[in-house]
Design a protein around this ligand. Structure first.
Ligand SMILES: [Zn+2]
Length: 117
């Protein structure tokens, strides 16, 4: 079962035009960071330089576009392997609007048409 759809498609497209895997990986990463405007999905302030697995890998989370969001190093490290909703709701930076945005991202609605203001 290909739940990891987006990543697979990404590699398939890149492979067909002979882009090295390394480059595909970088572009994949970049496209997610850019979708979040390089701003941390959690605190909404710091520059996002990492990707966070919304559902941690050891809990069955996939390395797919919908399970990865932009996060700053601080939030990423602090969240660790916690349940993101639980962890996020306890943060000072918690904001219902961003929580909704993350949820929509995870549920494949993406960020199109959603105001980032
Ligand atoms: Zn952050």
């Amino acid at each position: 079962m290909l739940q990891d759809g987006d990543l697979q498609v990404c590699h398939a497209i890149r492979d067909s035009v002979l882009v090295p895997k390394r480059t595909a990986k970088r572009l994949f990463r970049q496209s997610i960071l850019e979708a979040w405007q390089n701003v941390c999905a959690y605190c909404g302030e710091a520059e996002a330089k990492t990707l966070d697995h919304v559902i941690p890998r050891h809990r069955g989370g996939l390395t797919s576009r919908r399970n990865l969001i932009a996060a700053c190093e601080r939030c990423n490290r602090r969240k660790g392997s916690s349940d993101w909703r639980q962890w996020f709701s306890l943060q000072e930076c918690h904001c219902p609007e961003r929580e909704r945005r993350i949820e929509e991202w995870v549920n494949e609605l993406g960020l199109e048409g959603i105001s980032l203001g």
